[in-house]
Design a protein around this ligand. Sequence first.
Ligand SMILES: [Zn+2]
Length: 269
Amino acid sequence: MNADLAKLIELEKVDHEMARLSEEVAALPGRVALIETRLAEHKDEIEKAKTAIKTNEANRRKYEADIQAGQQKIVKYRGQSSSVKTNDEYRALMHEVEFAEKEIRDSEDKILELMVLLESEEKALKAAEAQLKVEAVEVEKEKAEARTRTAEDEKLLAELAAKRSELRTGVTDSPLAHYDRVLRARKSVVVEARGQKCMACFVLIRPQTWQEIRTNEQIVTCSSCGRMLFYDPASEPPAPPESPKKKAKNQPAEAEAEDEVPTEAAPAP
Ligand SMILES: [Zn+2]
């Protein structure tokens, strides 16, 4: 194979791998940020659960104070009842007592409800705290992994950069310049030509050019997309099986060549 072509194929692999690694390195801080957002959400959940419990306690204290106030009112009304003059006044006082008693019962019901609610709120808090504990360990692990991966990627990138410049020094100026131009414009530069077609843009290659490409002896560019073309004999589709076997024997040259492939090494193109 043409030396420049072989090196450019290598160079493209290096360039693609470097691009992939650079993207990965660039994406890692974002991944860590995402992990930390998840952690912050769990911390937020804990804060909400704590606030709910505090609100619950404050409400219970309020109802307890209401009960006390009601009980004091009842004591006061009962005290007044001994000194009332009329039945009407007495009935009015008893009505007040009943009202206060009802208020106390309502407050007691509310406290009971709040205590039931508190149980589930405490459960939610415990679950959120346990979840955070697990998550925190996981986050540290993921962050450590991201750091390790970044360091590995950067080491690989440095190695590839060295390999890249070595490859580039080995390539003749003009094909190298063409390579750079196409790489800037397209995602791939050196592509396989198969079945007389450019495998990137699928334009049909003229027979004479196709013969040139098949030798891999010189750099041929696709007339349509400008990419450099190489030929890989391994991709050649197997010759269609010839239906009548007798006919195959009538074409000994081809048939034999095919039969020999397993025993004899395939001839190098
Ligand atoms: Zn093409």
